[in-house]
Design a protein around this ligand. Sequence first.
Ligand SMILES: Cc1cc2nc3c(=O)[nH]c(=O)nc-3n(C[C@H](O)[C@H](O)[C@H](O)COP(=O)(O)OP(=O)(O)OC[C@H]3O[C@@H](n4cnc5c(N)ncnc54)[C@H](O)[C@@H]3O)c2cc1C
Length: 423
Amino acid sequence: MADGQAAGQTILVVGGGISGLTTAVEAAEVGYNVLLVEKSPHFGGRVAQHTKYFPKLCSPTCGLEINYQRIKNNPRIRLMTLAEVLEITGSTGAFTAKIRQNPRFVNQKCTACGDCAKACQTEVANPYNFGMNKVKAIRHDHFMAFPSHYYMDPDFAATDEAKKLVEVCPVGAIEPGMQAVITEEKVASVVWTTGGKPYDAEKILPYGFGRFANVTTNMRLERMADRFGPTGGRIIRPSDGKEAKNVAFIQCAGSRDHNYLPFCSRICCLASMKQATYVRGMYPDSTVTIFYIDLRAMDRYESFQKMVESDPQVRWIKSKPARIDEDPKTGNPIVVGENTLTGVRYEEPFDLVVLATGMEPNSASDAKVPMSNARYDEYGFVVSGRGLFSSGCSSQPSDVSGSVQSSTASALRAIQTAVNAKG
Ligand SMILES: Cc1cc2nc3c(=O)[nH]c(=O)nc-3n(C[C@H](O)[C@H](O)[C@H](O)COP(=O)(O)OP(=O)(O)OC[C@H]3O[C@@H](n4cnc5c(N)ncnc54)[C@H](O)[C@@H]3O)c2cc1C
């Protein structure tokens, strides 16, 4: 695409996970201006929270870093973090987006030296690790955070302690008085990539998440297995900190069930197989049991499943457990149900049970598209059309490679809209 053709055309990308990052670099590298708006303090989305990727079992940080470099080197991409799109008006090819830039309370001079966090006494439950540890009220989320500037919790910014931190910063980056700013941007097309959030496991009452300490979720396990995570990379029982060596995974926890989340999230079987390798790799004498209805490991993922199946310490039980009880003496969760293949009932204790919960589209709740004619499917995923395109987990449940593919497609469709608008 020639530069002249692209002049003045901006594509708005909302959500800075792997899908938004991909859309932004694909559109910008062929000459289009991109405004990438992310709600949280850093880019990367769920992928940044994962310990490893299936099927390669490599760290997601290297894939993210490649995208960050492509963004840093491309002057066509404008970045906004801690920002939300309030309203999109106009029509295809000529939209106006109203955007609120929320305050970071730390300006761009920040070098991420960490002096402020060292001096800060106030600690809060760490949202990045689902509250499994405490962090300072001024921080960045992880060592690869991009942008690498720290941020401050809004409640903390109003305190006297926050004001005192101004003196601690050697480069004058801390601004507790920073205010939100609302701007308007003219954009030709919009790509919605606000992704998904883990299904709220507390709603699945028979499984006791929230009541039983040693019942956890797959996203929490990702953070636990990360050496920069809340347990320093040790997979342990939250109740007593002991090594979790006998671990059960319950597939379709809430998924494909009209009482909870009616659809399949596509990635949970593979995520549990991957997490089985975390447990087995960490403790050679461990055992993993996977309770499943049916296993979904399509195409190239079949060999990944076969690799996990080849481990005799990984057991597969075809069954949807009826409930989880807790042994009050040991804190062991006890999984109760019936083996579908043998008809035999079981009641088995584990050190730790991991609920393989699916993902809900954010666009079904707190990230609805603020556009009067936005369309959604029956589950709340965004339907593309009329200058608005969705990709990754905003369009359907997806793994990373599917998210990247659909985001490249969305970039192209957004470009076509921009070209047509230019006439
Ligand atoms: C437990 C688990 C393990 C997984 N493991 C793997 C794996 O090993 N390999 C693999 O291929 N896939 C894996 N996946 C799937 C992978 O996480 C997704 O494919 C990927 O995160 C999709 O990226 P996304 O950008 O579409 O969405 P997300 O990662 O959800 O990113 C969405 C972004 O949008 C932002 N946002 C939300 N609302 C707004 C708003 N209103 N305005 C602006 N920004 C907003 C969010 O803060 C976030 O940064 C796993 C998923 C789970 C749940």
